[in-house]
Design a protein around this ligand. Structure first.
Ligand code: ADP
Ligand code: MG
Length: 728
């Protein structure tokens, strides 16, 4: 009987893949055609309704019932003209996916006949029977009610004849059960704090939005091979597999020519993305074999987050048409790079100014400096919480390795900004500035754009790097929703801007001139946040030592990192700005622990099964072949036997050794699981899994990978790394 592996390889060799079916139209001719955006709203809604929706969005206000009814009518009409038959509230529960439950517009009439309907109340709010989403104890199943409610600031769209309405998801008692609710709250808080600070510089600023440009990395694997790897199917990563002789060491994949099959896949999903208004701009090969990246033009953070989760869903769907599987896991393969999702973050005003881009005049540059320094200070004060926000079981395989920023938060500013910060720190003192000093500082600040333009220094080893006109949070994992890190960054910067305003106002009250007051506070923050600045190599051991001596807290243990969510400082931060309350944080903490624990539990079961049912039987089969061979040698060459069979006998012993260890470790691992499963407290149980179950995964893998090198290739049941990492 052939193994799944050989069936898969055989299937691949016979496969005749059809070419991409993408159209040749200009992208601009169909961009956003499946989105109920402002332009469509203008066309489908009465003028006054359109205007009140717009104002509600601008001012983060509720939309009243009457208006909602008319929006529903317009939306239904628009959607049905485009062939939609169903509608759904589309939301992002606390796992790494999106949720939807489709209902038909169609309504049968009592006594015969039917019609299509969609009312305002259905648009605004729904009560999905959603007791099975992670909720961290916020909803007991007997009180399973959760509500989804329309988020008018993210436009509705059509997928597969279904009108999808971006929504938040909250418990009956009001607590958030999703990522979007706290994200929206953090954005509203940030808006207010940032506008207040902007008022020092420009009275026309009435709204500030956070912008997000994500970069999504992913792997592709042939579907047939994927289906022959139970570990990939069930855990998203390979739990075993010896590294291939050649993988990324020749650096020949990064930005290389994109294989045709892959570019067909890309064109296909890009077309769907464009129809949905996702402004994808770049695509390229990444470092590891079969690793790729795509990135859009940045957008308002809330929409960018929706677009990222939406795109991940589309990519999964489109991949199967090309007989590919997309792997969003942060570390699907040992020994080659993992995948991240860089989050480029900045702030934009209603006047069209990017607050993290140096301006043209000293005045705009002081504004830039204020936002720059406040962001840096926020990272200094809440860096550990930022790292906790991206800590997960899957991301932990990637962080701190030599491909991803380490688990300690530091800020890279670039040499130009570094020099400017240092000079401000030295120049401005608490006493009044002399006119000469003032001129010098202004000249200095006035020079920022010029210098930055020539500045090409980039530091890829920093988790939070300033890249000229934005900060780039690089520690985010590829499978994660972008919202958790953004929620923390937004809240921390909000806090910081609020403090900044209070301190500047206090100085102004003491008759310090506004400009000078601002510079003095900036200088104070530069001093106070100095520890978080690091321009060197974040992957080096010196940095680990240096960071420790600076008192920067790293994250070396994921379940420990989760505790950061419950420290008094974190709770105070998030409660103060109305982002998440203690109950919600406790719930998130439990969900994070539970997810972590379950992932380790599943991996542990899968490796146990594979070891017992695939690997050990295969090893024994091969061992028996060797034993037969040795017996034969003995029969035919009784005199030379010892010499001739020496190597075979050694190999037989080696196999026996590895099998013995695999068996022993698997049994111990199962015992450890049993022990910790009996512990009631979820955080304790998770910690137990982390320290006593998880290490076995590597131990067992070690022996399996050794066996892979020994056993006859014809017998080996699982596709090997060299096969998985080829696009055929
Ligand atoms: P790199 O790989 O050098 O970081 P990419 O072009 O792959 O560059 O990605 C840069 C990302 O940063 C893009 O998604 C881009 O839209 C985003 N970006 C640029 N300016 C801003 C901004 N002001 N706010 C948020 N994101 C931004
Ligand atoms: Mg980047």
């Amino acid at each position: 009987m052939t193994t799944l592996r050989f069936k898969a390889l055989d299937e691949i060799s016979r496969r005749n893949l059809s070419a991409a079916t993408h159209n040749d139209q200009k992208i601009s001719s169909y961009f956003g055609s499946d989105v109920f955006d402002r332009e469509q709203m203008r066309q489908y809604l009465p003028k006054d309704v359109f205007e009140s929706v717009n104002t509600a969005i601008e001012e983060n206000r509720r939309i009243d019932r009457k208006v909602a009814n008319q929006v529903a009518l317009g939306m239904k009409c628009w959607a049905m003209e485009r062939g939609a038959t169903h509608y759904t509230h589309w939301f992002q529960p606390l796992n790494d996916s999106t949720a939807e439950k489709h209902d038909a517009f169609f309504e049968p009439l009592w006594g015969g006949g039917s019609f299509e309907t969609f009312r305002g109340d259905l648009l605004v709010q729904q009560e999905p029977d959603a007791s099975s989403f992670p909720n961290g104890g916020l909803r007991n199943t007997f009180e399973a009610r959760g509500y989804s409610a329309w988020d008018p600031s993210s436009p509705a769209f059509i997928i597969d004849q279904t009108l999808c309405i971006p929504s938040i998801f909250v418990a009956y008692t009001g607590e958030a059960l999703d990522f979007k609710t706290p994200l929206l709250k953090s954005l509203a808080a940030l808006d207010k704090a940032a506008v207040d600070v902007c008022q020092y510089f420009d009275k026309d600023v009435t709204k500030v939005v956070a912008t997000l440009g994500w970069e999504q990395e992913y792997f592709l694997v042939d579907e047939a091979l994927y289906n022959a790897r139970p570990d990939l199917m069930q855990t998203g990563r390979t739990l075993m597999g010896h590294t291939a002789a050649k993988d990324q060491q020749l650096d020949d994949h990064y930005w290389g020519a994109i294989p045709e099959r892959v570019s067909n896949f890309m064109k296909d999903f890009e077309e769907q993305a464009y129809r949905l208004g996702i402004p994808l701009k770049t695509r390229h090969n990444e470092v590891a074999p079969n690793q790729f990246e795509c990135a859009p033009m940045f957008e308002e953070a809330n929409i960018a987050v929706d677009h990222n989760t939406l795109l991940m869903t589309i990519m999964r769907k489109v991949a199967s048409k090309h007989k590919l599987k997309v792997l969003f896991h942060e570390k699907p393969f040992m020994g080659v790079n993992g995948s991240g999702k860089h989050c480029n973050w900045s702030l934009a005003t209603n006047t069209g100014v990017n607050l993290l881009a140096p301006g043209k005049t000293p005045k705009t540059n002081i504004q830039f400096l204020a936002f720059f320094v406040n962001t840096m200070k926020a990272a200094h004060d809440y860096g550990t919480l930022m790292m906790a926000s991206i800590a997960s079981e899957t991301n932990s395989h990637r962080l701190g390795g030599h491909e991803a920023p380490p688990a300690i938060l530091s800020v890279f500013t670039g040499s130009t900004m570094d020099a400017i910060l240092n000079s401000i720190e030295q120049r401005i003192s608490d006493k009044k500035l002399s006119p000469d000093e003032k001129t010098e500082i202004k000249l200095d600040i006035g020079k920022i754009p010029e210098i930055l333009l020539d500045n090409t220094d980039r530091n890829r080893t920093s988790p939070f790097a300033f890249t000229g006109n934005r900060f780039e949070f690089r520690a985010t994992g590829s499978s994660s929703n972008c919202a958790p890190p953004l929620i923390i960054i937004n809240a921390a910067v909000t806090e910081q801007l609020t403090r900044f305003k209070a301190e500047v106002d206090a100085l102004i009250e003491k008759n310090v001139k506004k400009d000078e007051a601002i510079l003095q506070v900036i200088r104070k923050y530069i001093k106070e946040s100095k520890n978080v600045r690091f321009e060197g190599n974040g992957y080096s051991d010196e940095w680990l030592r240096e960071a420790a001596s600076r008192g920067l807290k790293g994250i070396n243990n994921v379940p420990m990192a989760f505790r950061e969510y419950l420290t008094p400082e974190s709770v105070a931060l998030l409660e103060r700005h109305g982002v998440l309350n203690r109950t919600e944080l406790q719930a998130r903490y439990e969900v994070k622990n539970e997810t972590y624990l379950k992932k380790v539990q599943i991996e542990s079961r899968v490796i146990g099964d594979l070891a017992a049912n695939h690997i050990i039987p295969t090893a024994i089969k091969y061992q028996n072949i060797l034993i037969e061979n040795v017996k034969g040698i003995k029969d035919i060459f009784p005199q030379d036997f010892e010499d001739m069979a020496a190597e075979e006998i050694k190999t037989i012993r080696k196999i026996a050794e590895h099998v013995k260890y695999i068996r022993a470790h698997t049994a111990e691992m199962t015992e450890a699981r049993k022990k910790w499963n009996n512990v009631e407290n979820i955080a304790e149980r998770t910690m137990g899994y982390e320290s006593e179950v998880r290490p076995y995964l590597d131990d067992i893998r070690y022996h399996i990978d050794k066996l892979e090198l020994i056993v006859d290739d014809q017998l080996w049941p699982l596709p090997k790394y060299r096969e998985l990492m080829t696009i055929y």
